[in-house]
Design a protein around this ligand. Structure first.
Ligand code: G3P
Ligand code: CA
Length: 269
């Protein structure tokens, strides 16, 4: 495999494979993690939710329709919510054929399985706690899986793990439960509110259409939860021109379905 990108100490934004390298393999599968590694991308992003029987799984939507064959396998279980299926039931589903026939064996991974694959490739993880209003206690459970998998030790906390959410309550909870974990708040909060969020987050992660050079500078001017300037990871940028535009704004990270395209669009760091 190509060597991981060297980004530390560089002004060049970190490139993060969104739901894995999801333009080239089905999103949020182990195959999408593998594809990011093949491309030499060392950061992957994922989405974590919870099954009926309490297993944390990696899937984006709150239901299984778009990215699995749940409708065919369980025709009487509409609306196919993740929270209404057991881990064993979800493990039966094909999570790849919707993307392409070559991926018929892809499955919805458990978070534990996912962490194992990320670790295998020595990659780094931007973990999103998704739809947390549906899963009371998911923050603590996520930290427990991370701990069990060895991801709350010094080296991982220092440089290999960020936990993000659209829910400020979830980000605050993660910070309070485990203050050493680096965190990110998804969205584009008003500049006037940044000081409040900075008490428990290290990043503000907006959609690319909502950022500007001025907004990035305003975020950078605030000290985050770990005493460094708040960072900005923006999403979801899938073309070279937009990557160059947001890099020019000074963003710290670019979350992308096409990480090779974005990496190759940026000047060598
Ligand atoms: O990591 C940012 C991005 O993933 C947030 O949006 O809907 O793709 O989870 P979404
Ligand atoms: Ca996400």
């Amino acid at each position: 495999l190509p060597a991981p990108q060297a980004r530390a100490g560089s002004a060049q934004p970190t490139v993060i494979a969104h739901r894995g390298a999801s333009a080239y393999a089905p999103e949020n599968t182990l195959e999408a993690v593998d594809k990011a590694a093949e491309l030499g991308i060392d950061w992957v992003e994922n989405d974590v939710q919870r099954t009926k029987d309490g297993e944390l799984v990696v899937v984006h939507d709150d239901n299984l329709k778009r990215t699995t064959d749940a409708e065919e396998v369980f025709p009487d279980r509409a609306p196919w919510k993740v929270k209404d299926f057991t881990a064993a039931e979800i493990a039966r589903l094909d999570a790849g054929s919707w993307f392409g026939p070559a991926y018929a064996d892809a499955r919805v991974p458990t978070l534990k399985q996912y962490m194992g694959r990320v670790e295998l490739h020595h990659q780094k993880l931007l973990l999103e706690i998704k739809n947390s209003e549906l899963y009371p206690g998911i923050e603590q459970e996520t930290l427990k899986v991370l701990d069990n998998e060895g991801w709350l030790d010094g080296p991982h906390l220092e440089s290999r793990l960020i936990v993000q959410s659209f829910s400020a309550d979830s980000v605050r909870t993660v910070h309070e439960l485990k203050p050493a974990v680096k965190t990110g708040l998804l969205g584009t909060p008003a500049v006037a509110d940044l000081d409040g969020y900075a008490a428990f987050t290290d990043q503000i992660n907006p959609s690319y259409g909502s950022v500007s050079a001025g907004y990035v500078a305003s975020v950078h001017a605030v000290e985050g939860a770990h005493g460094k300037p708040l960072e900005v990871f923006t999403w979801t940028v899938n073309d070279a021109g937009t990557a160059q535009l947001v890099a020019g704004y000074g963003v710290d990270g670019i979350i992308t379905n096409t990480p090779d395209v974005v990496r190759d669009a940026l000047p060598a760091g």
